[in-house]
Design a protein around this ligand. Structure first.
Ligand SMILES: [Ca+2]
Ligand SMILES: [Ca+2]
Ligand SMILES: [Ca+2]
Length: 179
């Protein structure tokens, strides 16, 4: 059933957060901290990113400890750590499975239980149209049906702030919590 050569599930590519392609995520992070918009991170921008990553890692670690420190000693024992990992992995797989099923429900037009190239293409297009509509709804302030330069700038600022906030919350941290 599973083709072993298919390492990445391409149907995941369109999900805006989970399954985001690493290079796109990298670009999003870069954009979020490139405050002067010169396309790269200077020392100040880099240290801001580094700071936020530390804050995020700490937040993530605290959440994990809160959830899995069964004996309340403020540390995760090997056992508690293993349990935490197991539970996180299980949750991730459950989410992935749910997305897969939802996608099949919407886009598996011939009902063969898989997304063909054409069905994937349709899914991609659908998501693109949907994203575009969402953008307009949120950022087309003068309601002329397109995004002016100012509206695009406002949208970028909003997205950048959201990304920075997510990083500070320790969502999708790039490093595992410290041992
Ligand atoms: Ca910069
Ligand atoms: Ca199909
Ligand atoms: Ca507009």
């Amino acid at each position: 059933m599973n083709d072993p050569s298919e390492v990445n599930d391409p149907s995941e590519v369109n999900d805006p957060s989970e399954g985001e392609r690493p290079e796109r995520r990298h670009q999003r992070v870069l954009n979020a901290y490139d405050l002067d918009r010169d396309g790269s991170l200077n020392d100040q921008e880099q240290s801001m990113l580094a700071n936020d990553l530390v804050i995020g890692c700490e937040a993530h670690r605290e959440r994990i400890i809160e959830a899995f420190d069964a004996d309340d000693d403020g540390l995760l024992s090997e056992e508690e750590r293993a349990l935490a990992q197991e539970s996180i992995d299980a949750e991730r797989m459950a989410r992935r499975e749910l997305r897969r099923v939802e996608r099949l429900e919407s886009f598996d037009l011939d009902g063969d239980g898989e997304l063909s190239e054409a069905e994937r293409e349709a899914a991609r297009e659908f998501h693109q149209v949907q994203r575009e509509a969402e953008r307009l709804e949120s950022f087309d302030l003068d309601g002329d049906g397109e995004l002016s330069e100012e509206e695009i700038t406002a949208m970028r600022d909003t997205h950048a702030e959201e990304t920075r906030e997510r990083i500070r919350q320790g969502e999708r941290p790039r490093h595992h919590p410290r041992r």
